[in-house]
Design a protein around this ligand. Structure first.
Ligand SMILES: Nc1ncnc2c1ncn2[C@@H]1O[C@H](COP(=O)(O)OP(=O)(O)OP(=O)(O)O)[C@@H](O)[C@H]1O
Length: 769
């Protein structure tokens, strides 16, 4: 297939011939053009740019996948060819990294062919200026130069430039082959059960071309990357440092898949910096250049799980657009093999179950099919989980990544990497503390000495938890206001902290992450309190029926109380509207530990807040029970609260409570209280209505006020506007000492009554209009 500018990434599959004569192939090429293969045992069909069956030789593979790229290099492009696959499937063979001479040309791999093409063609066209080569390996995330005598010292990398890397200028194909052979011998290899010469590192052989196009100098290069194999400990028998190598190998492979996938989707964010290999290839891995991925698979049915992983990886790396013809082939194939699809045990781990009756959620899908558990060992968990996580996430979101914004795509990629990091630590931890044996892990027990034990249930739980938390973050990030000074995801994370299942596990998080990152302390809430707070969900809503954040004073009073309690929380007053509206969600209120019934501060909202509530309906104490605590207690005085608590604890007759706290059940806001017929009149009104004088109403009113000032007791004085208890007492004392007021204006003579206070009194009591 000709690589055009339009298709800067091609993905090809190479099937390694089965060695055992009895072994039947688990792969079936069902169409050569368009290239479609199937795994009959799992009823899976895949479409790629090229599929090379086991009879295709090295030359044809080179001609179809790499030769077109050499032409691009000469035009000034940077090209990269990756050989990817399970250990022992022929990556080194295909790439030619283990070059051992040109005795049998049919076995010569890609690198010698590239060198040959570059030298031969430049000689014809006389465009050549010079050709250089470098040969690096990345072993355990360290870069080594295979062309330097001292390979043991790793090179430093700044950005994507490898410092002090040797680029050898070569003048003949022979000298290039010699350097290739020498470098290959220095590469980290180890004998494993699957391959006596298993590469333990990623090798990057780069050919630099400098040519001339007229007067213009053209520079291009081609990176020929022989990746270390994705591997399984059970099959390779790796332990100790070799096991650790496997972990970093799988991590590097994952990041390559993510980079290629992001490039094929033209994502704005490419996660180059996750691993060393993607960092140093950054200059070549971009949409302006060319990438060819050759995935090597084994046709042996023993390796079906790994083959499916490789095929899934390749499919994720580039979602090849299928045409109607491809769809027809796949549909026909699936129809013919529909019986296999209906067999639950034959379902593959990497293909999440699609049961129509069940709603598609990540948590309802099995991460790893139990039937396959015995086939997968611990080292391989990372890559198995990786594919499971990816397919779960894509199913959960029910959207193709193409439809997502660059920001979300970036976040999804980050999420995958973060999950993989966490998985890695989970697996490492499991090595330190082997899990209790479970029936599911039984098949692994036999191999216990070589294989670190870990129950799949635990892995599944961990993965579910990680995916749940990451997707929760994603959901929050999507709705978060861009201007938000607080990370909404963190708030969500904090709010989710309290779920009963996570309560114990999350203790550490609350102490570290929440305090460090989230800007507010997390309550360490015992289970009982959680339950109470759950019961109080409704009351949490009652306290702020409008869904607003409680007023600052209220929050502060709660905080103050919390200081003496176990709970400790505070809210940042800079919270945005979005974030506060998030908190109003019922489950958020429930989980936030915002309200804790009797244990909690009985925080009295501001008067204005209470008034704005305007409760008009009776509260049924029989049904609301605890749920009315907050709303009621915030309106009670201390004695009433005590009574309510006492009744609750002694189970007094509810009728008594109703009577005792009657004003609660019939509570009316003072402002909204309607005047009832026959309600007591104020002394001023009484005096006015009793007056028989023919004076103007205004004079009658003034006289009534003066009478109260002279004859009224403290209570009467209190009915005058702007006269409280203190002022009332002052007036009484003045009257006692100086006698009655002759006129209202005499009030200004009372000590402490300045002009302002007097003016206010006159205005509010309608004496001055
Ligand atoms: N298509 C093929 N035809 C003939 N022999 C092959 C083919 N593919 C691989 N081999 C042979 O299989 C063996 C293992 O291959 P190779 O070392 O290339 O695997 P690998 O994928 O690079 O493994 P690792 O990841 O462990 O390095 C070698 O002896 C190689 O010659």
């Amino acid at each position: 297939m000709e690589v055009s500018k339009k298709e800067c990434i091609t993905v090809s599959i190479r099937i390694k011939p089965t060695l055992k004569s009895k072994d039947t192939s688990c792969i079936q090429v069902i169409s050569k053009e368009p290239p479609v293969l199937a795994i009959p045992e799992r009823s899976q069909a895949y479409h790629f740019d090229n599929i090379f069956s086991d009879e295709i030789d090295q030359e044809e593979i080179y001609d179809k996948t790499v030769k077109p790229l050499v032409d691009h290099v000469k035009k000034g492009y940077n090209c990269t060819v990756f050989a990817y696959g399970q250990t022992g499937t022929g990556k080194t063979y295909t790439m030619g990294t283990g070059f051992q001479g040109l005795d049998d040309l049919s076995h010569v791999g890609i690198i010698p062919r590239v060198l040959n093409d570059i030298f031969t063609n430049h000689a014809d066209n006389n465009e050549f200026v010079d050709i250089g080569i470098s040969f690096l390996e990345i072993y355990n995330e360290k870069v080594f130069d295979l062309l330097q005598p001292d390979r043991k010292t790793p090179l430093s990398v700044s950005g994507f430039v490898v410092q002090d890397m040797a680029i050898k200028i070569i003048d003949s194909i022979d000298s290039a082959m010699m350097l290739l052979e020498l470098g290959s011998k220095k590469r980290h290899v180890a004998e494993t059960k699957q391959n006596i010469n298993s590469s333990r590192s990623h090798a990057i052989f780069t050919v630099y071309f400098t040519g001339r196009n007229g007067t213009e100098e053209v520079k291009g290069k081609i990176n020929l990357v022989d990746l270390a194999g994705s591997e399984s400990v059970r099959k390779t028998g790796n332990t100790g440092s070799t096991f650790q190598e496997g972990v970093s190998i799988n991590k590097g492979l994952l990041s390559i898949g993510q980079v290629i996938s992001a490039l094929s989707m033209k994502s704005a964010y490419i996660p180059y910096r996750q691993t060393m290999i993607t960092s140093i290839l950054q200059g070549s891995l971009n949409v302006d250049n060319y990438i060819s991925l050759i995935a090597c698979v084994s046709a042996s049915s023993d390796n079906i799980t790994e083959t499916l992983q490789t095929l899934d990886f390749s499919q994720r790396a580039k979602k090849i657009r299928s045409n109607p013809e491809v769809n027809q082939i796949i549909t026909k194939y699936k129809k013919e093999h529909s019986s296999a699809i209906r067999t639950p045990l034959k379902r593959q781990t990497t293909t999440p179950l699609k049961t129509p009756a069940r709603k598609k959620t990540i948590f309802s899908m099995p991460l790893i099919n139990e039937a396959n558990q015995s086939q997968i060992d611990n080292s391989n968990q990372i890559s198995v989980c990786s594919s499971s996580v990816t397919s779960i996430m894509s199913n959960y979101m029910d959207i193709t990544q193409e439809t997502l914004s660059p920001v979300i795509r970036k976040y999804i990629t980050k999420m995958e990497v973060s999950i993989m990091d966490k998985l890695e630590s989970v697996i490492k931890n499991s090595l330190k503390t082997p899990a209790k044996s479970s029936p599911l892990a039984a098949p692994l027990q036999a191999d216990k000495e070589n294989t670190p034990g870990m129950s799949w249930n635990k892995i599944q739980n961990e993965v579910s938890k990680l995916v749940k938390s990451e997707i929760a973050q994603l959901k929050v990030k999507t709705v978060r206001a861009t201007s938000s000074p607080i990370d909404g995801a963190k708030i969500k994370r904090v709010l989710e902290y309290d779920s009963p299942a996570d309560e114990i596990n999350n203790t550490a998080i609350s102490e570290t992450d929440s305090n460090k990152d989230f800007g507010f302390k997390m309550p360490m809430i015992p289970t009982k309190k959680y339950k109470q707070s759950k019961n109080l969900q409704n009351s949490a809503l009652e306290i702020e029926p409008t869904g607003q954040m409680p007023r600052r004073s209220m929050r502060l009073s709660m905080k103050k109380h919390d200081a003496s309690n176990v709970s400790d929380m505070s809210f940042d007053s800079t919270m945005t509207k979005d974030e506060s509206s998030f908190i109003q969600q019922p489950e958020a209120s429930e989980q936030s530990g915002f309200l804790f019934g009797d244990q909690l501060p009985i925080a009295t909202p501001r008067r204005s807040t209470r008034l704005s509530k305007k409760p008009t309906e009776d509260i049924d104490l029989n049904t609301t029970k605890n749920s009315c605590d907050i709303s009621c207690s915030s309106l009670l005085n201390s004695s009433e609260r005590n009574l309510l608590n006492a009744v609750r604890s002694k189970k007094k007759n509810i009728a008594v409570v109703r009577k005792s706290v009657g004003f609660i059940t019939k509570y009316k806001s003072p402002k909204t209280k309607k005047k009832r017929k026959g309600a007591k009149k104020s002394p001023v009104h009484k005096l006015i209505s009793q007056s028989k004088s023919r004076d103007s109403p205004r004079t009658v009113h003034s006289k009534a006020v003066l009478k109260i000032l002279n004859d009224g007791n403290l209570k009467d004085l209190g009915t005058l506007h702007s006269v409280g208890a203190k002022t009332g007492e002052q007036i009484l004392l003045y009257r006692k000492l100086k006698g009655s007021f002759n006129e209202i204006e005499d009030l200004s003579l009372v000590p402490g009554w300045g002009t302002k206070k007097f003016e206010r009194f006159m205005t509010l009591n309608l004496l001055k209009m």
